[in-house]
Design a protein. Structure first.
Length: 152
């Protein structure tokens, strides 16, 4: 008959507890307020807030920045494969602080460009110069037009 020393039983119980702790962290879902990145397709339906369609569910998006909010509500963005950066809020929504369009060759930014005046904007609308509608363009991160500095 084989007996197990008490210190080895403690080790086994400690390993079980550690496994259960790691499993709980992995399966309990997102951490509220922690930085996160989500990949999915943007859903824009009428005047409803935008959502992100993941493989198995939709997540309501919340946006504090006007430029990001107007861009993600733009019907031309609907259905695009996006990478959203932000954090989960207490109400279960995802607060977006940055975003990218996902292409097979890498990440792209969305800009709005006036082909008449050659002016770049960072939200949909009309050109500040000629008052014509701007065109949505997806440009690589290295494109010099994606540099964006907020004026305070």
């Amino acid at each position: 008959m084989h007996t197990v020393a008490p210190h080895s039983l403690c080790y086994i119980y400690l390993m079980r507890a550690a496994f259960l702790l790691f499993a709980a962290i992995a399966f309990c879902g997102p951490q509220i307020g922690a930085a996160a990145t989500l990949d999915g397709k943007v859903v824009v339906e009428g005047r409803n807030p935008p959502q992100l369609q993941l493989q198995d569910k939709r997540i309501q998006l919340s946006i504090a920045d006007d430029s990001i909010g107007e861009t993600l509500r733009d019907h031309r963005v609907a259905g695009k494969q996006m990478r959203l950066v932000g954090k989960f809020r207490d109400d279960g929504s995802f607060e977006v602080t940055d975003f990218f369009v996902v292409h097979p060759d890498g990440l792209y930014r969305i800009i709005y460009f006036c082909n008449v005046c050659h002016i770049t904007a960072f939200k949909p609308g009309i050109c500040i110069c000629c008052q014509q509608p701007t065109e949505l363009e997806e440009v690589p991160l290295t494109d010099p037009r994606v540099y964006h500095e907020s004026v305070k």
